[in-house]
Design a protein around this ligand. Sequence first.
Ligand code: PMP
Length: 458
Amino acid sequence: MTDQTISRANLQAIDSAHHLHPFTDHKELRGAGARMIVRSEGPYIYDSEGAEILDGMAGLWCINVGYGREELARVAYDQMKELPFYNSFFRCTTPTPVLLAGKLAELAPDNVNQVFYGSSGSEANDTALKLVRHYWALEGKPSKRIVISRKTGYHGSSIAGASLSGMDGMHSQLYGAVPGIVHVMPPYSFELALPGESEHDFGLRAARAVEDAILEAGAENVAAFIGEPVLGAGGVKIPPASYWPEIQRICDKYDVLLMIDEVITGYGRTGEWFACKTFNIKPDTITTAKALTSGYQPLSALLVGDRIASTLIEKGGEFYHGYTYSGHPVACAVALKNLEIIEKEGLIERVREDTGPYLARALAERIGTHPIVGETRAIGLMAAIEIVRDKGDRSRFKGKHAGDKVRDLSIDNGFMVRAVGDTIIMSPPLIWTRENIDVACERLLKALDAAEIELRRL
Ligand code: PMP
């Protein structure tokens, strides 16, 4: 912002007067005023008060290549001058979505070779839901409509996205979800494992909740299972190693399609291009967005497996679906350059071999030993910290909003994290170094110390 006359106070006044923020209690925010982020560089964001904050959330799980990338700005500028927009309807196309589709087919698992574009993860999941149901209709099995999802899974906030999501609050405001979506338990051993139950056994039990749902509905009525490889917004819930192989077995057994939502995990977060590789999942669809452009442009890509694609192409006729900005040329140009940066700088290998394991160790050794931390868990560069009152029995600070307290203190200490209930989560840019991880741990420790004093006193 260059116009000095637009002061922070002015901006906050306009924000309070006119701006309805996402996932916000408006009355509360208008009382407090929003934090104004005004500038960024590399792994840092800066607020209007001049505070430098290490961004542990990569924006909103998306800025994988970090802030301030000249190359991305340049490629967007060049594309805007050349051809800012043309659509992909009516037998037209433009070069960058074509090149990007080719690139994505190369990066995706072997059985996944087709791309449908949108602008957001929610749009991509809307596409996926329509597509899997249409697939079964085309295959002469129109009764296969039910989609099984998980409680606390997140798949977007459009009507279909929120219906697929397993968030109670969101469902309470849908006033009629998309029918035929069933939610089962998530693989969250910290809260849901039985006393004495091993991680392995818990993983199998959580997966078999999907089988139970299939049997209850009748396999002839079940279209697909949808899941994030690691539940993200639900609290970075990392499934036990036994979970995904069992899900795969169950889906294969009952001929249920596997819809994998990699809006967060796609493009390097778990140390592979896709977490499908990390967990050895054979998907029928992969929903991607966010890090596809590292958040520099809104863009999503639903990657479609050969099984669905060949039916759609061979028998489908017209698929009545698409968005004005499906295959937006500027967004696709930025995505191509972003993927090139990720490759050229070896960011995924770095996460897999160096910073990912280093983060997991640092959290376990430096944060996990804190008296109000019940568990730390990490995979690649996504992690969670469970805040508890008592490490022994994992009981929580009831009614004290301990997660919000730790988050606020952490931000005050210059480290941006997010709270999901009493779980602190992070998902830093893939450019993070060991030094960034060390700084994050120091700032978080200070926040935990201060939070403990306040929480035990309250
Ligand atoms: N799926 C997952 C796994 C997500 O985390 C999100 C967003 N956080 C979405 C879908 C929805 O994406 P968008 O907000 O771009 O619609």
